[in-house]
Design a protein around this ligand. Structure first.
Ligand code: ZN
Length: 210
């Protein structure tokens, strides 16, 4: 397998600006700062994506977050190497999404459950406006350590569920909930932590009835 070397990185000003603004915004939102500067690396093929991430990535996956790095499929190969149409506005929202993952990890000290990490990133990045609204929640809690199961993905419901919780009970309580998850050893421990803070069980029925 080839190893990769970056000799020079031409700056894409619009991506740089969105990334910088997102870092500033999420610093204020979460009340924490990142230890390292974030850096976007544009990749030029699906093979590079697989190599760098370390697994066979799915056709819809065009961005990935690792430590302080954000890997994104370059616009020049985006449509040939994924099953999505390139759209600059939504790709820039993806930058915000990936930056949000870094703050989640900084605040919560973990990246799971996936539905919570993805839900927060989808909601705070602004990606919900491009998604089909959810009428009834019935699958997001399944995604504890994976982002897709058969033909369902964590991206359909999780952002709407997080929005409902935050808009109903406020941001401060939600941040307290996230902080309460520091140090848990099992995704199942999210349930008692949620009940302890919100006073009701985390279930589809309860979220649907909010
Ligand atoms: Zn994500």
């Amino acid at each position: 397998m080839n190893q990769y070397q970056l000799s020079s990185i031409p700056v894409k000003e619009n991506y740089q600006k969105v990334m910088t603004e997102a870092v500033d915004e999420f610093e204020k939102y979460f009340g924490v700062s990142l230890y390292q500067k974030t850096c976007i690396i544009f990749l030029n093929s699906r093979q590079q994506f697989d190599d760098v991430i370390g697994r066979k990535t799915l056709p819809f996956e065009t961005a990935f977050s690792s430590e302080n790095l954000i890997f994104m499929m370059d616009q020049s190969v985006y449509e040939s190497e994924s099953n999505k149409k390139f759209n600059l506005e939504s790709d820039l929202l993806t930058v915000r999404h990936e930056v949000c993952h870094k703050f989640f990890r900084r605040l919560v000290w973990r990246t799971q459950p996936v539905w919570l990490n993805e839900g927060v990133a989808i909601y705070l990045s602004g990606q919900l406006k491009n998604k089909q609204p959810v009428v009834k929640f019935n699958n997001f809690l399944l995604f504890e350590n994976t982002n897709s199961i058969d033909n369902q993905t964590v991206y359909d419901e999780s952002g709407f569920a997080i929005r409902k919780i935050v808009e109903k009970f406020g941001k401060d309580k939600f941040i307290d909930f996230l902080i309460s998850l520091r140090g848990i050893s099992d995704n199942k421990m999210v349930y008692p932590k949620f009940s302890a803070l919100y006073g009701f069980e985390l279930s589809y029925d309860n979220i649907n009835n909010l």
